[in-house]
Design a protein around this ligand. Structure first.
Ligand code: ADP
Length: 160
């Protein structure tokens, strides 16, 4: 059975992420979304909120599950008995960092490979940061995030 890990912050999940998730689920038998509990970044949404929004987003896809992880990505990948990481690429600006991460992961875990999926053109501009910026200024975000995220984003901005 081919298993792949799609890691990220997902703060919050966007339709760009969801597009990569759906396409990955068509390629691999099982996709585990790994939500990073990143202590060096202060996310807008808590780890539990990010996991819940992803679970709601992927609830209709049988071969996708959501988990959180701490620490090194390659350790999480091995724990899940796989050696495939999925990452999305939007533009050249993503490339440097993604290449560096993929290569450094291979230094510490030579059997782990990163598979890159290129963004669908309609989501090429989309990031969690852009979505948060729009929401902060009351721009309608329904074209950018899954339905279940919209009200959570609005509530979060009201509480800030
Ligand atoms: P990270 O903090 O690990 O970069 P993100 O949640 O920002 O986490 O992104 C997770 C992955 O999804 C990354 O590989 C990123 O390049 C990819 N991604 C983000 N937005 C898009 C998009 N609009 N289209 C395709 N891939 C995307």
């Amino acid at each position: 059975m081919s298993i792949a890990i799609y890691p990220g912050s997902f703060d919050p999940v966007t339709l760009g992420h969801f597009d990569i998730i759906k396409r990955s689920a068509d390629i691999f038998d099982h996709v585990i979304i790994g939500v990073l509990n990143n202590t060096s970044k202060t996310p807008l949404f808590s780890l539990e909120e990010r996991v819940k929004m992803l679970q709601d987003t992927v609830s209709g896809i049988d071969n996708v599950s959501v988990e959180s992880f701490d620490g090194l990505l390659v350790d999480f990948v091995k724990q899940k008995n796989t050696n495939v990481i999925i990452r999305g690429l939007r533009a050249l600006t993503d490339f440097d960092l993604e290449m560096q991460m993929a290569q450094s992961n291979r230094v510490v875990a030579p059997d782990v490979d990163t598979v890159f999926l290129s963004t669908s053109v309609k989501y090429s501009y989309l990031s969690s940061s852009v979505v948060k910026e729009y929401a902060r200024y009351d721009v309608d975000v329904s074209d950018f995030v899954p339905e279940c995220v919209i009200s959570k984003l609005i509530d979060k901005m009201k509480g800030l």
